[in-house]
Each structure stands twice: as structure tokens, then as C-alpha cells.
Design a protein around this ligand. Structure first.
Ligand code: NAD
Length: 298
């Protein structure tokens, strides 16, 4: 039986690891949050007391951590994955991190006789629970094929998009589109409400035309209810907009709307809303329009 170490059992990693247990893998989890480990154990996984313990006997190590420094620490630290994994182990990093850091990790893995692919995901918590994630994979073709055998149990669209780091570049583009779309849907909601339009009816017809999009399909009900329970936290989308704007700048690509939405997300975070779902951009549109009297439920 393939032994999988899974490090980072949060909103996304928890259900992903659970689906891998269901698929029949021997999953050894590690997280600094003990309750996340207990949940995995209840579902039939094993829990490790350290990264070293999780990865020593693993064939494949999956990481699902918040940000680039977290992945670097967990992979490259003295007690980390690369210092303790067996030769040939495949590291699949599903976290959303900087493309240049993904490339750096892959080089280091190769130097140490290990293998790495970047495999960030899209589809949110529901996608993780239902194993319907869209996964963009960067790396060597053989390693990507091996990763796909595992990732098919957590996602439904898995595409090899190029060499190391390419998965993260595609993920940055994904986050640009998601942030911009949420902002436009939020502006449409505040506009419709200002005119007293039945928003449920409006959303139904909008979703069927050229304005249709995944935010209208999956997120609008909670937005209309002002329920900003995460989901995907503003803090994490702020991190992703930083990755995007920096990578676009490095490439000399101008993203006026992306930069604008990045500032709006940064503003929400600066005003203490970093823990809300990213659909809380709606709060900011209300505030800018002087219509921010409704309170957010979390
Ligand atoms: P999360 O904060 O819910 O989970 C991260 C987990 O990592 C936590 O359980 C935390 O305790 C653990 N962790 C942090 N540092 C650790 C360490 N040093 N050792 C072991 N465990 C550690 O975050 P999330 O929402 O699951 O997101 C994870 C990644 O997936 C991020 O890069 C995010 O951008 C990306 N992502 C999230 C979503 C979403 O909807 N939440 C969707 C797509 C991609």
C-alpha cells in the first residue's frame, strides 16, 4: 500500500487527506494543530508527532500549508521533509506559493535525490470535500503522471501545465480572475439592492447569460446573506495577490484591475477583516457606497 504523508490538515488539507484515506491510502498526517490531527485519526488516518516521523516511511509527501515561508520551513528545515525523506520520495506541494520558490524547492529536491511537483488547487472547501478540485501541476512529466494517480482522488480536473513553477503561475492567474469576479459580483449586488431589485431573481437570470460565473453559482447565496464564514480567508487571498502582483511586475505585465482589487483586499485586511471569507469584498463596496449598516455574520 502506498504510504502518504500529509502535512497541513486545515480547511483544504483536512478534507483532501480524508478523501485519500477513503481511496485506500495509508495516510500519515502532521499538523501543528492537534485537533486537525485527531479528526484525521477518527477517519482512519494515522497521526505523526513530527514532520520527520510523518515522512520517514512515506512514498509520497503532500503539503497543504498557508504560504511560501511555511512550505520552505517544512520542506527545507533541519527537521523537515527533505532531511528525513527516503531517496526518490515524491513531494507534491498543493499550497499556493510563489512560482520562484516552487522552482527553488524542485532544484533542492533534485540535488538531494528527491522529486518535487507544484500542484496548487482551486475549488475551495466544497471542492476539497467533494474531491472536485481543479489542480494545476508543474514538474517533470513522469513525476506529474505519478502525482496524477494520487491527485485524481482529490480533484476532477488535473492538468500538467508545464515545468516546475508553472502550476503556481497558473494559480496566480486563477486568483486574479477569482478576486476580480468577486469584486464585480459584489458591486452588482450593492447596485441591485440600491434599486430594490429582487436579488435572488436577478442572480438567477444573470447566471444564465454571459455574466454567468462560478461566484454567482457557488458563492452568491452566502454573499446575499452577509455570511462571510471562511472558506477562503482574506488573509490568504491577500497573500495570493502579493504573489500575482510581484510576478506580473517581474514579467513587465501591467494588471490595472488586478492591482486595484489587490488594494481593496489589502484594505479589508488592514481594517481587521483578514479572517473573513474573500466574498467580504462586499462589505467594502457597501462601505464605499455609504451602505454599510448591515453587520457581517461569522
Ligand atoms: P488553513 O490555514 O486552513 O490550513 C493550513 C494548515 O497548515 C493549518 O491546519 C495549520 O495548522 C497548518 N500548518 C501551518 N504551519 C504548519 C507547520 N509548520 N507544520 C505543520 N502544519 C502547519 O489554510 P487552507 O485554507 O487550508 O489553505 C492552504 C493552502 O491552500 C494555502 O496556500 C491557500 O492559499 C490554498 N488554497 C486555499 C483554498 C481555500 O478555499 N481555503 C482554496 C484553494 C487553495
Amino acid at each position: 500500500m502506498t504510504v502518504l504523508a500529509f502535512i497541513g490538515l486545515g480547511i483544504m488539507g483536512g478534507p483532501m487527506a480524508a478523501n485519500l484515506v477513503k481511496a485506500g491510502y495509508d495516510v500519515i498526517g502532521y499538523d501543528t494543530n492537534h485537533s486537525a490531527l485527531a479528526s484525521l485519526q477518527n477517519l482512519g488516518g494515522r497521526s505523526a508527532g513530527s514532520i520527520a516521523q510523518a515522512v520517514t516511511d512515506a512514498d509520497v509527501v503532500i503539503t497543504m500549508l498557508p504560504d511560501s515561508p511555511d512550505v520552505q520551513a517544512v520542506a527545507l528545515g533541519e527537521e523537515g521533509i527533505y532531511a528525513n525523506a527516503r531517496a526518490g520520495t515524491l513531494h507534491i506541494d498543493c499550497s499556493s506559493i510563489r512560482p520562484d520558490i516552487a522552482q527553488q524547492l524542485a532544484r533542492r529536491a533534485t540535488d538531494l535525490g528527491l522529486r518535487a511537483v507544484d500542484a496548487p488547487v482551486s475549488g475551495g472547501e466544497v471542492g476539497a470535500i467533494e474531491a472536485l478540485l481543479s489542480i494545476m501541476v508543474g514538474g517533470q512529466p513522469d513525476d506529474v503522471s505519478e502525482a496524477q494517480q494520487i491527485l485524481q482522488h482529490v480533484g476532477s480536473t488535473i492538468v500538467h501545465v508545464g515545468p516546475h513553477g508553472a502550476g503556481q503561475t497558473v494559480k496566480a492567474a486563477n486568483q486574479l480572475i477569482v478576486a476580480g469576479t468577486i469584486q464585480l459580483v459584489a458591486e452588482a449586488i450593492v447596485f441591485l439592492e440600491a434599486y430594490g431589485v429582487d436579488t435572488t431573481a436577478a442572480v438567477k437570470v444573470l447566471a444564465g447569460g454571459l455574466a454567468g460565473n462560478a461566484i454567482l453559482d457557488r458563492k452568491v447565496t452566502s454573499m446575499l446573506q452577509r455570511d462571510f464564514t471562511p472558506g477562503f480567508r482574506i488573509d490568504l487571498h491577500h497573500k495570493d495577490m502579493g504573489i500575482l502582483t510581484s510576478a506580473a511586475r517581474d514579467a513587465g505585465v501591467i494588471i490595472p484591475l488586478g492591482s486595484h482589487v489587490a488594494q481593496l483586499i489589502a484594505s479589508l485586511r488592514a481594517s481587521g477583516h483578514g479572517q473573513l471569507d474573500h466574498t467580504a469584498l462586499l462589505l467594502l463596496v457597501e462601505r464605499l457606497s455609504g451602505r454599510d449598516l448591515q453587520s457581517a455574520k461569522v
